[in-house]
Ligand binder design. Structure first.
Ligand SMILES: [Zn+2]
Length: 63
C-alpha cells in the first residue's frame, strides 16, 4: 500500500512540513484547503471519517 501520511489526499502533492507543524492532523495541502474553504482534519469520531473522505482514501490506495 502506497499511502504517505504527509501527502495531500486531494491532489497527491506533498504537504508543506511547516503546515504540518501547525496542523499535524491535516490531510490536504494549503492549496486544497483554500479551495475547499476548510481543512480536512480527521476527527476521532465513532465513524472515523466521513464517507466522501473514505472514498477518496480508497481511490488513492487503489489508483
Ligand atoms: Zn492538495
Amino acid at each position: 500500500m502506497i499511502f504517505f501520511f504527509h501527502t495531500c489526499l486531494k491532489c497527491g502533492r506533498q504537504i508543506n512540513p511547516e503546515r504540518l507543524q501547525v496542523l499535524p492532523e491535516t490531510r490536504i495541502c494549503k492549496e486544497c484547503a483554500e479551495k475547499l474553504g476548510t481543512d480536512m482534519i480527521f476527527h476521532r469520531t465513532e465513524v472515523g471519517m466521513d464517507p466522501d473522505t473514505y472514498k477518496d482514501l480508497l481511490g488513492a490506495i487503489r489508483s
